[in-house]
Design a protein around this ligand. Sequence first.
Ligand code: SF4
Length: 286
Amino acid sequence: MEIVKKLVSKDNSVKYLLKMEDGNTIETLYMYDGQLKLTYHSTVCVSSQVGCSQGCFFCATGKQGFVRNLTSLEITEQVDTCVSYCREMNLMPIDAVVFAGMGEPLMNYENVKEAIVNIYEKYKIGNFEIATVGLTPKIDKLISDFKGSPINIRLNLSLHASSNESRKPIMPVTSKYSIESIIDAAVKYAETFKRKTRLRYMIFKGINDTELDLQRLEALLKGKPLKLIISAYNDNNIKGLTAPKQSEVIDFYNKLKDKIDCGIFHNFGADIKGGCGQLRQENIED
Ligand code: SF4
């Protein structure tokens, strides 16, 4: 894999644009938590597909369409690149690999699974996270494949709306898998692995940050083994979407925090186009 671009952020994150043998490019993000605030301090965010078929309205990768799945080797090579960087810079070894780059990892299930096992065996990295729009049959498969395994996979479901009606326009997958079925799968996953499942909620100013959203989120999540992680939409110039101010994100969080388990997500590498697909999109448009 060839490094086409390497951007180093003020927060020490590094974003790579990598070119594969067939000329396709993907993004990989290395996230360094120098202040030791988060669970994992040295993390790689990998891509699992070139492009993506899910068409989430807010996503730069979704706009590019689906090209192909990555092989398990191409996924592992992204981790190899970041391991080399950490060694060169004398940073702490990588402690987690997150599938939250380009693509929907559960649409490339077998290669993602093989890569997880390879990375675990090669580097003894035992912590993984899969970010998904909520393909519930594949969540069931993850449960049956990794139950009892020493490999720890945290599930991170993209919710981003509080009703099916409001989620469909921004996440078309909702027509296939309803919010209720996704939450059922998330609860089952949490109960199996005895660890709360995370649900991501990206705030789009004026769209999903109303009083009604707060009420619906409370009704959906209260008392369940789930944690809502709230963040600002990482602005990538998509028409009709506005990023909230950080104070508005905090305000939304404050209104929920005594009702359901929730937290605020840190956007790594905002100054180096840390949101998924942005760097590749810019290169395509060059
Ligand atoms: S957010 Fe994820 S699943 Fe949705 S279009 Fe983007 S890459 Fe695909």
